[in-house]
Design a protein around this ligand. Structure first.
Ligand code: ADP
Ligand code: ASP
Ligand code: MG
Length: 442
């Protein structure tokens, strides 16, 4: 049996009637047998002791009568360690070989966790992405899952066992090992949950849920009981790395109930679902995301004629460089400045590409700046509330942060600012939108 993820036509129809509904504070009190996919991130499997704690939790779910499929990441730091080894040998290793190397990290944890489960008398078997038929395209280092063959997983579940699957990896049609991009184990878990029509996909990590902003930056950040797929997608794409963007896309598309929880303490975590809080007290802003990975390029003195944006961004796009925020402003005298942002790692390449273009256009020069950051406020409540932009800009003005660029969507406003003000900006926005915990505002 195989499930083409791109061709499931009626997402959400599966098991919709008997999907597990937890009261937020009763996560473990599942009263009937459910199929749960649990994913454990790097820190959660970072040592033999922690792997033991994961095995204890899996054993408990099994003893309560649930079917569990486990997806694991590499032990914390392992993927970076392997990457650094490769870079010691070659600055730009062949993407295929990099995947062959990076995929080993997850294999280690599948075997160790299976052993820990055996030690607790739980039947378990480790599997690589290839062994459970996670088929991807051939885009090494950023492959996309296309199809999942469920036979192996299903027969292991039918035999009462716990499949322990290596996250972050798959195989292409030629049999090459591929990886899904950093943080990709989240996507493996959600894709398996979608294909298996699991009742819930649980992402166990080192924080106890999704917060109003990264709790490592703002002490007063608050855990959200619930966030919509739409908001989570914006939070992830605007820089909140708690879930890989693609995993949220999958969960939204196939209506997989997704929960982020701590692997270190019990608690309800955060449920990500389609349900919107429509009550009067519903917050307008769900959270604040930020990203330090962008850089800005400005072409100055561009003739103010049709086709200029295309002449500038055409070669950038052809080189597969993604452009994020764009700003064009006329300076009068038939000239404009054209500014856009790209990933920081693409800045030099983009600037090089633009050198001949600037000469052809008779423009001034290309300025680059990699000391910028992007801060975004995200919330579905923006649709029905005006004044969000004004609140945001006032909060930044009050602490003297200059806004360089602005971009908006229906449920998000992003600003580009100088990187050194990032923390100040995030903290002041967090307060301005009333997101701080009572303790810190009191
Ligand atoms: P894992 O190794 O378990 O996949 P990650 O490091 O990928 O864990 O993701 C968890 C981290 O995401 C947290 O430690 C936290 O610093 C960060 N993070 C960023 N934004 C948020 C947010 N809004 N809510 C919770 N965590 C966040
Ligand atoms: N181990 C991979 C990484 O560090 C995948 C993951 O942890 O999700 O990015
Ligand atoms: Mg992660």
């Amino acid at each position: 049996m195989s499930v083409k993820l791109a061709t499931i036509t009626k997402p959400g129809s599966h098991r919709a009637m008997n999907r597990v509904k937890y009261a937020p504070s009763q996560l473990q009190a599942i009263s009937r047998m459910a199929l749960i996919v649990q994913k454990y991130g790097g820190t959660s499997v970072g040592s033999v002791e922690r792997i033991g704690a994961v095995a204890d939790r899996v054993a408990r779910f099994k003893s309560e009568g649930h079917d569990v499929v486990v997806v694991v990441s590499a032990m914390s730091g392992e993927t970076n360690r392997l990457l650094a080894l490769a870079k010691e040998i070659q600055a730009n290793p062949a993407p295929r070989e990099l995947d062959a190397l990076l995929s080993t990290g997850e294999k280690v944890t599948t075997a160790l966790l299976s052993m820990a489960l055996h030690e607790r008398d739980v039947r378990a078997r480790s599997y690589s992405g290839n062994q459970v038929g996670i088929l991807t395209d051939s885009a090494h280092n950023k492959a996309r899952i296309q199809d999942i063959k469920l036979d192996t997983l299903k027969s292991e579940l039918d035999a009462g066992g716990v499949p322990v699957v290596a996250g972050f990896q798959g195989v292409d049609v030629q049999g090459n090992v591929t990886t899904l991009g950093r943080g990709g184990s989240d996507t493996t878990a959600v894709a398996l949950a979608a294909a298996l029509k699991a009742d819930e996909c649980q992402i166990y990590t080192d924080v106890d849920g999704v917060y109003t902003t990264d709790p490592r930056m703002v002490d007063g950040a608050r855990r959200l009981d619930h966030i919509t797929f739409e908001e989570m997608l914006e939070m992830s794409s605007m820089g909140s790395k708690v879930l890989q963007i693609r995993s949220v896309e999958f969960a939204g598309k196939y209506k997989v109930p997704l929960r982020v929880l701590s692997s270190f303490e019990e608690g309800p975590g955060t449920l990500i679902s389609t349900e919107e809080d429509t009550s009067m007290e519903a917050p307008v802003i769900a959270g604040i995301a930020f990203n330090r990975d962008e850089a800005k390029l400005t072409v100055i003195g561009v003739p103010d004629n049709p086709g200029m944006a295309y002449r500038i961004l055409g070669p950038v796009g052809e080189a597969n460089i993604e452009v994020d925020v764009i700003l064009q402003n006329s300076r009068g005298e038939n000239e404009t400045d054209f500014t856009f942002t790209v990933a920081r790692s693409d800045m030099d390449k983009a600037a090089q590409l633009l050198t001949p273009v600037v000469a052809e256009l008779g423009a001034g020069e290309v300025l680059t700046d990699d000391h910028i950051a992007k801060v975004s406020v995200v919330g579905v409540g923006m649709r029905s509330h005006s004044g969000v932009a004004a609140t945001m800009f006032k909060a930044l003005a009050d602490v003297g942060v200059n806004i360089q660029m602005i971009s908006t969507s229906e449920i998000k406003i992003s600003v580009i600012i100088e990187e050194k003000y990032l923390e100040l900006a995030v903290r002041s926005l967090h307060s301005a939108f009333g997101l701080d915990t009572v303790e810190t505002t009191a």
